[in-house]
Design a protein around this ligand. Sequence first.
Ligand code: NAP
Ligand code: MG
Length: 498
Amino acid sequence: MTTSISWVARAEAVAPEVRPFIDGAHRDPRSDKVFVDTGPRDGSPLVEVPNGDATDIDAAVAAARTAFDDGRWSHRSPRSRRRVLLAFADAIEAHRDELALLESLDVGKPIGDALRADVPGCANTIRWYAEAIDKMYDEVAPTGPDAVALVRREPVGVVGAVIPWNYPLILAAWKIGPALAAGNTCVLKPAEQSPLSALLLGSLAVEAGLPDGVLNVVPGDGPSAGEPLGRHRKVDAVTFTGSTEVGRRFLMYAAESNLKEVALELGGKSPQVVFADCSDLDAAAKAIAWGIFYNAGQTCHAGSRLVVEASIEDELLEGVARTAAMLQPGDPLDPGTKMGAIVSAEQHARVSRYLDLGRQEADVRVGGAAAHPVDGGFYIEPTVFVGVDNRMQIARDEIFGPVLTVHRFDGHPDRAVALGNDTDYGLAAAVWTSDVTRAHRVARELRVGTVWVNTFDIADLSTPFGGYKASGFGGRDRSLHAFEHLTQLKTTWINVGR
Ligand code: NAP
Ligand code: MG
């Protein structure tokens, strides 16, 4: 295919900027350590990246602190911030091909997905918060005639944003979009597996008119760069997406340093509950397959547990298997590919261990093995395990790969809800039924941040995203609610008594 040849050729010519972006420019790193950024497409090294450490974080936080304290951004009118952020969104779109290619190379995701979903998702998020910020009003409290009490939202200050590798552009935007719109300054630490697109965002923002020091990006691994950011006393808030284990650490860092605000978006083990009265099993099967296999299952809200009424299990699974067959892993740089690579050799090994475990604990219905569309790359077939007991490890752990476990239930809604809720996580769920009362009741009883009814993974920036239980803490991404943990409320009480 000629188009795929052109992406491979472009990939060979790519020369990304890897130096930390601090105070308005890419600067030589202070740390003399580097790490190798590997491309999961074929397992070969893409580029060496400076492994930012506490000294680089210090420099970035100092720039962000000065930029916040002198008001070069926070004191601007909302309309002026809006104008700059709209230009930033335009710049992201103008660099669509470059950003999509970096994202695909770094993460192994299909170039088509990066072009159609990740880059527009990033630009649209920045644009949405830009558009929102000059339409928000503060409050006047009902104090009576002798006082005017203003309750105003102020930016929290310097925000540390730490993100994972599964959706680097979109998650960067979910963090920096509302943070910058609200008037904060930021230090963004991308995951070591996927630093390239975030580093380009830094320079695009400044070219679009963002003042120096307002957005800083420091590559580096978790212990080297993430921890000093989490512990920094001049950082006012941290917004994090990643594993529950590392999320806990950020709470400790905050507790042991300056009690910065912490908002955590963590893992999931989302159930898809399908009742026999589901009116369109074919549509449900497609959505269930896409809901676990999209992005090779490396999605925090992936619908990884299918809770299905016994009488329709066979028919539903036939549909899931049909869609899975269309989603066989392929070359991420081929525009026709629907499922790409697993992000790293480590993650591939981790998912493979769950495949071994699944073969011992349950029965394979679909897939179950590694795939090899590109030599040297990290790929896994879409996999479905049936006959799964919810106590099995494959049903309890977040596998973060293209692996669906199937749990049969007898049709009683209480049993489905109990199964759905029997997990430490609470990020998302779906219920498929044509009974509207049952849909509402089950949706209410599932202890998760998002419930879809007769659909899956449909979202809009206007709806908040985050988790109950071990899936989240301290705030929501997306929607106007994201401003809640990125701003402080200030009361100003003015005596106007006689
Ligand atoms: P992770 O280890 O939680 O990493 C997320 C971010 O935290 C990365 O930027 C990471 O940096 C950083 N980090 C790691 N250790 C740190 C530490 N001790 N102190 C400060 N920062 C630290 O997640 P992961 O390695 O990407 O994936 C592991 C598992 O997390 C997955 O298998 C999946 O279960 C879950 N996960 C969840 C989501 C989600 O969207 N909720 C996304 C990705 C992964 P480095 O990676 O550079 O070390
Ligand atoms: Mg990488």
